[in-house]
Design a protein around this ligand. Structure first.
Ligand SMILES: Nc1nc2c(ncn2[C@@H]2O[C@H](COP(=O)(O)OP(=O)(O)OP(=O)(O)O)[C@@H](O)[C@H]2O)c(=O)[nH]1
Ligand SMILES: [Mg+2]
Length: 390
């Protein structure tokens, strides 16, 4: 599971990235601070079944703290994108390659209006323009890949190659599946003969492909210095209000032992043993007011919205012993896997290991101890034992 952080330069992508992961990225109040991508691990929270079952878990691929399972997802922070990137402006399209493997994107928007589309200081920029230009650049990028050397491609299609096959193969590197291609072709219903397609048709397909294969969550960042009007315009398109630098400050204060705070929380506690100086007290007060008003700093909310809402993934716990919920090494509820809502027992088997998928015999729902088949539709929080042949 990979989430790409995208947006214009200076919007706060690297701040968001550093706040959400244990990795560090360079942060600067000038455009193109980031050139090479940063990759780190963020977490999605789910209730850990250990709590409900009254047992201690012993996680392997994830973490469990106070009855909450933290499931890792990869976060990729890339260079800023400017209008005309598809024609080589700014860093050009090169960095888009860093996003090829992303399943979902979070666009960090500077909602304060204090930077222009190139990331330079200004006044009264319109944040919604960022949203439109970024979509446009993504559509150009995908559209151009579709239509590259089209006359040769079209001849192959005319000669009998199925367009679904051709496009799925061409777009596989962008993590666009055959299903995405089929759905997009159906939705776009382009009547023009394939031989006559130009970039225009490429972009029509790219628009639906992007929605399916790279859906976008909008973070209305720098909300701490935004006008209500700007924030309203973004929340009307379902943006999530964020203050990435507040999240970063809370994370650092927590590391320094000044406060106790978990990402996504709607409050934090000051440490009894350490005293804050006046500057720190003022900063903390501002953050507290923001969180009271908006519910949280919004960073964790964006990540969970991307994974659990946009991608609609569920968490499933495979085990080898259905009575003790352990793996072969005796670890209790070791792994939490994120899978699509329509995933089946055999999909989970393949996720554990290809061999286990290939030799799947049956599975057991460990809560009810009932035997379930290949096609059983997994439910969020399921604990499943897979029985496979050797
Ligand atoms: N007020 C405020 N400033 C922020 C926030 N998030 C980031 N910033 C500031 O915005 C500036 C740019 O932050 P970066 O994280 O480097 O932005 P970026 O999008 O990674 O920029 P590039 O790498 O140049 O594309 C820095 O001065 C940050 O401190 C926020 O939520 N509120
Ligand atoms: Mg950056």
């Amino acid at each position: 599971m990979k989430i790409g952080l995208v947006g214009k330069p200076n919007a706060g992508k690297s701040t968001f990235f550093t706040a959400a992961t244990s990795a560090e990225a360079q942060i600067g109040d000038y455009p193109f601070t980031t050139i090479d991508k940063n990759v780190g691990i963020a977490y999605v929270r789910k209730p850990c079944p250990s709590k409900e079952l009254g047992i201690e878990s012993n996680p392997n691929n994830s973490l469990s703290v106070d009855g909450i399972r933290y499931i890792p997802v990869e976060l990729i922070d890339v260079a800023g994108l400017v209008p005309g990137a598809h024609e080589g402006k700014g860093m050009g399209n090169k960095f888009l390659d860093d996003l090829r493997q992303a399943d979902v994107l979070i666009q960090v928007v500077d909602s304060s209006g204090k930077t222009d589309l190139e990331g330079n200081s200004t006044e009264n920029a319109i944040p919604l323009e960022e949203v439109h230009f970024l979509e446009n650049e993504l559509h150009q990028w995908i559209g151009e890949i579709i239509i590259r050397t089209w006359s040769r491609s079209a001849r192959a299609i005319e000669a009998g190659e199925k367009i679904e096959d051709f496009l799925s193969e061409r777009l596989a590197g962008l993590k666009i599946s055959r299903e995405h291609v089929t759905l997009s072709l159906r939705k776009a219903a382009i009547s023009k003969p394939v031989m006559k397609w130009t970039l225009e048709e490429g972009i029509i397909l790219a628009k639906t492909l992007q929605k399916l294969a790279k859906p976008i969550v909008i973070a209305a960042n720098k909300a701490d210095i935004s006008s209500e009007e700007n924030l309203d315009s973004l929340t009307q398109i379902s943006a999530i209000i964020t203050a990435a630098d507040y999240e970063l400050a809370l994370k650092n204060a927590s590391k320094a032992g000044l406060i106790s705070y978990n990402s996504g929380d709607s409050n934090f506690n000051l440490s009894d043993s350490k005293k804050l100086n006046e500057g720190q007290q003022n900063a903390i007060q501002k953050i507290e007011d923001f969180i009271k008003l908006h519910g949280s700093t919004g960073v964790q909310k964006c990540i969970e919205n991307a994974v659990l809402d946009k991608l609609d993934l569920i968490a499933v716990y495979p085990v080898e012993d259905e009575t003790h919920y352990t793996d072969g090494q005796g670890r209790v509820l070791p792994d939490a896997f994120l899978l699509p809502k329509d995933a089946t027992a055999v999909d989970l088997a393949y996720k554990v290991h290809t061999d286990i998928g290939d030799s799947f015999i049956r599975a057991i729902d460990c809560r009810s101890k009932r035997v379930i088949g290949k096609d059983y539709n997994l439910q969020d929080g399921d604990i499943i034992k897979i029985v496979a042949g050797s």
